[in-house]
Design a protein around this ligand. Structure first.
Ligand SMILES: Cc1cc2nc3c(=O)[nH]c(=O)nc-3n(C[C@H](O)[C@H](O)[C@H](O)COP(=O)(O)OP(=O)(O)OC[C@H]3O[C@@H](n4cnc5c(N)ncnc54)[C@H](O)[C@@H]3O)c2cc1C
Length: 538
């Protein structure tokens, strides 16, 4: 029965941002929701921590750069600004600093981005404009709405796309790999490297065909990097408030031991402490497929084929990050800013990347389990938000992609982490020499630390599952559990292992809410029109 005050209609496993978004929408539809999480604080990747304790220096150990959060439908639907969320979107959004003192810049204003690319290659600047103009309507009419809706079966999707000129063009461009696209369209090695870097940030393997449209979509997308004022956790607190306002509850430091199934229905959760918590209507898991199908469901409740597919779900080779965090007396002052004054206001800064062929080297090292020559990116959050450090002081961080299994075993990060932090600081100081005297404190986090704090990010894959052709869209995480539904009628998926994947998009939770309410026969006024209507439009 929906809305009964005693007990819960639904239980969500995990209380990261996708879970909280789903819970808030279901709560608004009248369902009494509970989210349970093993951590001491809700929000998952939306975390902010003080280091050292009591110092006033705040760090965001997981998600920091959040693309277009303020344009997400749930941000306004759930009234998050009234609940304390607030975002900053610096105009010089990204700067790639080259070793010779140059800078390739991405601005919120496309004209300024094109002008920066023109300093490297006039031909590439013209190409960038052409792809931007061609893909703006494709992003607006197809790719954006597809991300915000439960995915369609691939044959139905293809048939709809083939009906319109933009749909046909998207299919044509997708056929290549991102690498083939960049090699075919662009000429300057730094411009090519910059474009493939963004592709890599979204964790798409640049060699895989079927993703050729990714770079064009990134060029055309209005979604730029934003940061949460007060730290990433501020968004988690606003989402928690939205969930509680809809009657929901969160239980922390609570770990599920099993999902209890009776007569082919999920009827509740048994916790590791032996408590049984019942759910009348549904259970949704924001955890990864191995956790949901192999650790929490009894093998008797999972057909062998589904168990097998869940076991084979793959994680991104290039996703694990190594982080170096600094407490500073002053902001990093990059040498390149002596000639490019605007760099003093750059948000994301990339260093160590000059040539496109470095990517091949990085992939080779990841496959071999060795650390590649450092390419890193990061920011100085306090340049834009002084609340994240004591008055006059600053914080800054850099991330680098490193292999999870260092020399064959992730445990090797325990002995290698401090030394690797020094390698990163040394490179950083070559670009910003004032860092030799400005550091007050520092700490590092390795892929092992990520997996320990968020075990759903298996193998430290912060996107919780690779983007390969058989793990995307309708088939994410795998055929038989796509589109948020599982083989158990009232057990759903709502985390980053589902379409459209990881990062702070909230869209797996938003789309799962559409699927679940649809199954319950509830139509809410916030729901977008069915994607079949949007894709069929000329
Ligand atoms: C170092 C790092 C940097 C990142 N940078 C960015 C960035 O700049 N921009 C961006 O958009 N994204 C970034 N991400 C990725 C982003 O944080 C994730 O993709 C996102 O948090 C996934 O959201 P989610 O709600 O699906 O899962 P999560 O945020 O991971 O939440 C899952 C929740 O489940 C809980 N949980 C796990 N296992 C269990 C269990 N067995 N029982 C109970 N609870 C459990 C966890 O404690 C967690 O609270 C980064 C991640 C990392 C690690």
């Amino acid at each position: 029965m929906i809305g009964d005050a005693a007990g819960y209609d639904g239980i969500i496993l995990g209380a990261g941002h996708n879970a909280l978004i789903l819970a808030a929408y279901l709560g608004r539809a009248g369902l009494r929701m509970l989210a349970i999480d093993r951590a001491a604080v809700a929000g998952g990747g939306l975390a902010t921590a003080e280091y050292p304790l009591g110092s006033g220096f705040l760090h965001n150990p997981h998600a920091f750069f959040q693309r277009a959060v303020t344009a997400m439908p749930w941000y306004s639907d759930l009234d998050l600004e009234r609940r304390g969320a607030s975002y900053i979107e610096p105009e010089l959004n990204v700067a790639l600093l080259t070793r010779d003192g140059g800078a390739l810049e991405w601005w919120t204003d496309i004209e300024r981005t094109i002008a920066s690319v023109a300093q490297f290659s006039r031909r590439d600047a013209a190409t960038l404009r052409r792809w931007h103009d061609e893909f703006v309507p494709i992003v607006q009419q197809i790719l954006g709405p597809e991300n915000r809706s439960p995915p369609l079966p691939p044959t139905q999707r293809r048939a709809l796309l083939e009906r319109t000129p933009s749909g046909r063009r998207l299919l044509e461009v997708s056929a290549a790999s991102p690498l083939e696209f960049v090699q075919r369209e662009f000429e300057h090695p730094t411009v090519m490297a910059g474009l493939l870097f963004f592709n890599g940030l979204r964790e798409v393997d640049m060699r895989v065909r079927g993703f050729g449209h990714h770079i064009a979509a990134l060029i055309a997308s209005p979604a730029k990097a934003q940061m949460s004022r007060g730290g990433s956790a501020a968004l988690a607190r606003a989402l928690e408030a939205a969930m509680r306002a809809s009657g929901g509850e969160i239980r922390l430091l609570t770990e599920p031991a099993r999902i209890v199934v009776e007569d082919s229905r999920a009827i509740g959760i048994e916790t590791r402490d032996g408590e049984m918590i019942r759910a009348r209507t549904l259970i949704a898991s924001s955890l990864n497929p191995q956790q949901t199908f192999r650790e929490l469901l009894d093998p008797s409740a999972v057909p062998a084929e589904i168990r097998d597919r869940a076991g084979r779900f793959q994680y991104n080779l290039l996703a694990p990050l190594f982080a170096l965090h600094l407490n500073l007396h002053e902001t990093p002052q990059y040498q390149a800013a002596a000639t490019h004054f605007e760099l003093a206001q750059a948000f994301m800064t990339i260093i160590g990347l000059d040539r496109v062929d470095q990517f091949f080297e990085i992939i080779r090292h990841h496959e071999a389990g060795t650390i590649p020559p450092t390419v890193m990116w990061g920011a100085c959050p306090t340049m834009f938000d002084s609340t994240q450090a004591p008055a006059g002081k600053h914080t800054a961080f850099m991330w680098e992609k490193v292999p999870y299994r260092l020399e064959g075993d992730a445990a090797n990060w325990e002995r290698a982490r401090d030394g690797h932090g020094r390698v990163m600081l040394d490179l950083w100081q070559q670009y910003a020499p004032n860092l030799r005297d400005a550091v007050i404190e520092s700490f590092v986090r390795s892929p092992l630390d990520i997996e320990r704090s968020l075990p759903n990010m298996r193998e430290a894959d912060l996107l919780v599952g690779a983007f390969t052709n058989d793990q995307i869209g309708y088939h994410r995480p795998f055929p038989g559990a796509g589109a948020y539904r599982t083989h158990i009628r009232n057990l759903y998926l709502c985390g980053s292992s589902s379409h459209p994947g990881g990062n702070i998009t909230g869209l797996p939770g938003y789309n799962a809410a559409q699927a679940i309410l649809g199954d319950l026969g509830i139509r809410a006024d916030w729901m977008p029109p069915p994607i079949t209507v949007g894709l069929a439009a000329p």
